[in-house]
Design a protein around this ligand. Sequence first.
Ligand code: PLP
Length: 306
Amino acid sequence: MQGMDDRLIAIEKQFGRSHLEQIKEPFIQAQGLELWIKRDDLLHPIISGNKWRKLKYCLADALALNAHTLISMGGAYSNHLHALAYVGKLLGLKTVGLIRGERPAILNATLADLESWGMRLQFVSRTAYRELRQYKTPDGLPDLQTGEYWLPEGGAMSLALQGVRALVSEIDRPYDVLCVPCGTATTLAGCVCAVSEDKQVLGFAAFKGARYLSAEVENLINFSACHNKRWFIHLDYHFGGFAKKNTDLLQFIDKFEQQHDIPLEPIYTGKMLYGLYDLIQKGYFVSGQKIIAVHTGGLQGNRAVL
Ligand SMILES: Cc1ncc(COP(=O)(O)O)c(C=O)c1O
């Protein structure tokens, strides 16, 4: 970790270990498959899952540039802003969150956490929010002042891919397929660039109509001079849209949690695992394949959706 800021190293030293856990189910074994979960949710209670992976090198960049303020955007339940506000506080940096929609009379648990950790919340109209999505580089936001550092929605910048590499390099078992849930698909792009070319990376979109994600992944991976073409994003497991859910999904999550003692949330990892189970049942994989699915954390979101 040469050149990494000491403050980030100190934070990372307190992290838990993200191990691999095998999911044993007769229907998986009957197909000659193995399914393992990479427990990135165990890294940290707040900067959990893919949050640290994506933020680490962006934060290192901000610190190297002597930034004093981190500014980013997200919805009212954003895991990204939740992690950013917390880590900003740990690093002694100011944070500003541009939040989609109007300020509610009573802040939900996520927004209350952001404020309690010192993040200045600025509510923006849905139109203005959509426009903010065009600013993709740390100096891209108009009217930034010296010392202010911009992180696009979900921390979707090319520096984020470097942190995701660590997730992949921690996998200490042979495998054929790596699965991740997709919001901005930055985590997927990081995995695509980090795996060896004999492996396939599968994404599961959390949004409806997420066909546009493939172009976003192409952009991110081209920027990293990565030529791996063995990736695909499944678009049909969104359950009606972002954060939408139905009884089927909730029952699946309940059963999974009881059988395997692994907590899930219904926005990202829950939908991915539902999709993965469905694909396995439909005979999508080839006997003998070993599949690893990444638990990307985000359990704080359960306070809103369950
Ligand atoms: C818990 C969780 N999982 C998965 C994702 C999707 O990650 P990405 O935006 O890199 O596709 C997010 C959003 O950042 C998230 O909060």
